[in-house]
Design a protein around this ligand. Structure first.
Ligand code: GLN
Length: 378
């Protein structure tokens, strides 16, 4: 058949993980923890399966889990979502993103995204006939110039996609950014998709500013989060979308024909496990230690450490080490130095190369130690 996505290949995450495996390299490319999830959570999953909760969930998700999510959002951001009508459990963050775009975007609609951008946004917009308008955030600070963003808005703008904290740059949005965004959408019918899957991984006492803290933004937003990042279970593929009732109704019309519903026993296990908020409130400290361990280890090398305010990704500029483009450099690092990373150019549609690579530090100390040892030889 004629490809609907002629410019898309296999994702860089799959490519680099495969290359890492082929060459027995330490895999700091695709973002996933190499340490186990909490045994208590696994035991809960086991228990619910044994108790017989093995049939379809309601299409919006299991009520206890939606209730715990509503409580988490209220406690963290003082925002109210009704569990029955405003929260939908999805098969991971990616499905929530896909379904939001499918719900909103029609042929000719324009969607604003910020690059470096997570790889699924643009192709999904394209699949539904949308046109992407991009603002490029650049190394080393990845700042947003909102005057330029304002000029990207036209009467065709349907959606703005945010990713806060940003994967891959680790940048978080400031109060000023949120205020500028409010000014831009005020009086328009623009929707917002806010991908906040790393919301609980923010460092140095900084605060994550969720879209839902701002009533003017919340009313037009689809807020997306992921249990994969929250509980070290990327393979469970469970996340959620919180959005006002009318938006959720439209979202669910698509969701029901996309996956219909999500794994029942795992939803129940997550609901129980979420009752204790210490099961996730430790995350920022936990990952900050790992970030600092990695940064300390690389300080003596010729890599330049860019800021990392959140997420479990550290960006490194390597222009003192090699003049190869980032894709070739990442290949060389994997094959010859046995450390797999992700080239930043994969997050820019025009493959802009700023000689920056991304390292995932959601890894055991011994994994990070070995990677540091290899990178220190460069
Ligand atoms: N979110 C993960 C990352 O950024 C990748 C997930 C995937 O492979 N699709 O590395």
């Amino acid at each position: 058949p004629k490809s609907k996505l002629p410019n898309v290949g296999t994702t860089i995450f799959s490519q680099m993980t495969q290359l890492a495996n082929e060459h027995q390299a330490i895999n700091l490319s695709q973002g996933f923890p190499d340490f186990p999830a909490d045994a208590q959570l696994i035991a809960l999953a086991d228990e619910y399966m044994k108790k017989g909760f093995n049939q379809y969930a309601p299409l919006g998700g299991m009520l206890p889990l939606k209730e715990r999510i509503a409580e988490k959002i209220e406690n963290s951001h003082q925002a109210i979502y009704h569990p029955e009508t405003e929260i939908t459990i999805t098969a991971g963050g990616t499905q929530a993103i896909f379904t939001t775009i499918a719900t909103l975007v029609k042929e000719g609609d324009e969607v604003i995204i910020f690059e470096p951008a997570y790889d699924c946004y643009e192709p999904t917009v394209e699949l539904f006939g949308g046109k992407v308008k991009r603002f490029k955030m650049k190394a080393p600070n990845y700042e947003i110039d909102w005057n330029i963003v304002k000029n990207l808005v036209t009467e065709k703008t349907k959606l703005i996609i945010l990713n806060n904290p940003n994967n891959p740059s680790g940048k978080i949005l400031r109060e000023e950014d949120m205020q500028e965004l409010i000014k831009i959408v005020k009086g328009t019918s623009i929707f917002i998709l806010s991908d906040e899957v790393y919301e609980n991984i923010v460092f140095d006492e900084k605060k994550h500013l969720s879209i839902c803290k701002y009533p003017e933004l919340k009313e037009r937003s689809f807020l997306i989060a992921s249990f994969g990042k929250l509980f070290h279970i990327t393979g469970w593929k469970i996340g959620y979308c919180a959005a006002p009732k009318a938006l959720t109704e439209e979202f669910r019309k698509v969701h029901q024909f996309n996956v219909f519903c999500v794994n029942t026993p795992l939803q129940l296990a997550l609901a129980d496990y979420m009752k204790d908020d210490s099961n996730y409130l430790y995350l920022s400290n936990f990952f900050q230690e790992k970030r600092d361990f990695l940064r300390e280890g690389l300080r003596q090398t010729s890599f330049e450490l860019l800021d990392c305010e959140g997420t479990y990704f550290q960006a490194l500029k390597y222009d003192k080490i090699s003049d190869k483009n980032d894709f070739d450099f990442a290949q060389e690092l994997t094959i010859q130095h046995k450390v797999a990373t992700i080239p930043f150019s994969s997050f820019y549609q025009d493959k802009m190369n700023e000689n920056v690579i991304r390292l995932c530090f959601a890894k055991k100390t011994e994994t990070l130690e070995k990677a540091i040892e290899n990178l220190a030889k460069l």
